[in-house]
Design a protein around this ligand. Structure first.
Ligand code: GLU
Length: 283
């Protein structure tokens, strides 16, 4: 690739940033800085149920304290729902999505005794709404709350070659990974409450912002298969990926905001310096 890299750090304001975020943010900024590339910050704030103003405001403060600098203006996903909706409409016109009216209870009851699970451990959607007549289902969708799901089998039939992605190792070598989106079944691309989803928004934004390398935590490694599939269906460019190691707590679990992982601001209040954070991360 001859053009200069464009990378991004894309946190969701549903908790304070912790060491795992610091690793992601620093790896992105360092990658860009070493190559004369661009480092962007994107606020992934579409999930309004978990959004809090104090978490949102803290993101830029914490990153500034870490010594990072990013381009302005910062893209906020909550300002672009219409853009994500357009991508969904494209998939609808291609006959690749359908509205799903199932409640959680109906889905649980529809699961067979040996329900397959996706890579995150959630049961695969049993397809209850997949075969409703499209016209009737979409007109019902105008009146009733619904999720929008990808028809995975139909989507896979559109592929003309095996789906792969380029994964960059820490040393910089790139290897090809086989993407297996079928592991996720009929994923939700439009949530009932917000009309879009993380998968939809991240793919659209990475393309719109010209992201050349997606550097993010290993927890999103398997989701990359969905992202590559959506890029292919929507005819969007393909970035290279690097899924970095996760920072684990003493019990070996991934740091998670919901478990109260120590935040960067707590470390700062305890007297840590940004340099100490980098050292603790092995940077
Ligand atoms: N917003 C996502 C998160 O905070 C990261 C998305 C990504 O890097 O693709 O987990």
């Amino acid at each position: 690739m001859s053009s200069l890299p464009i990378v991004r750090f894309a946190p969701s304001p549903n908790g304070y940033l912790h060491l795992g975020h610091a690793l992601s943010a620093c790896l992105n900024q360092d990658f860009a800085a070493r190559r004369g590339g661009r480092f962007l910050l994107r606020i992934e704030d579409i999930d309004r149920s978990r959004w809090r103003p104090e978490f949102d405001q803290a993101i830029e403060e914490d990153l500034t304290w870490l010594g990072l600098d990013w381009e302005r203006p910062v893209r906020r996903q909550s300002e672009h729902y219409a853009v994500y909706q357009r991508a969904l409409t494209q998939l609808k016109e291609a006959g690749l999505i359908y509205p799903c009216f199932c409640t959680r209870g109906q889905i649980m009851r529809g699961l067979g005794p040996q329900a397959l699970r996706d890579p995150d451990g959630a049961p695969l959607y049993p397809g209850l709404c997949r075969d409703l007549s499209a016209d009737a289902a979409w007109s019902r969708a105008e009146r009733e709350p619904h999720h929008v799901r990808l028809n995975m089998q139909a989507a896979l039939l559109r592929l003309s070659q095996p789906l792969m992605w380029s994964e960059m190792e820490e040393a910089g070598n790139v290897s090809m990974c086989v993407a297996q989106p079928e592991q996720w079944g009929d994923v939700v691309l439009g949530r009932k409450d917000i009309g879009t989803s993380y998968h939809m928004a991240v793919v659209v934004d990475d393309a719109l912002q010209g992201i050349t390398q997606v550097i993010r935590g290993y927890d999103l490694y398997f989701a990359t298969a969905i992202h590559r599939l959506l890029q292919t269906l929507l005819n969007l460019p393909e970035p290279t990926y690097h899924h970095h190691r996760l920072i684990l707590d003493e019990e070996g679990h991934k740091l998670a905001k919901r478990d109260g992982a120590q935040s960067l601001r707590e470390l700062r209040a305890m007297g840590w310096s940004a340099q100490q954070v980098r050292q603790a991360l092995g940077l």
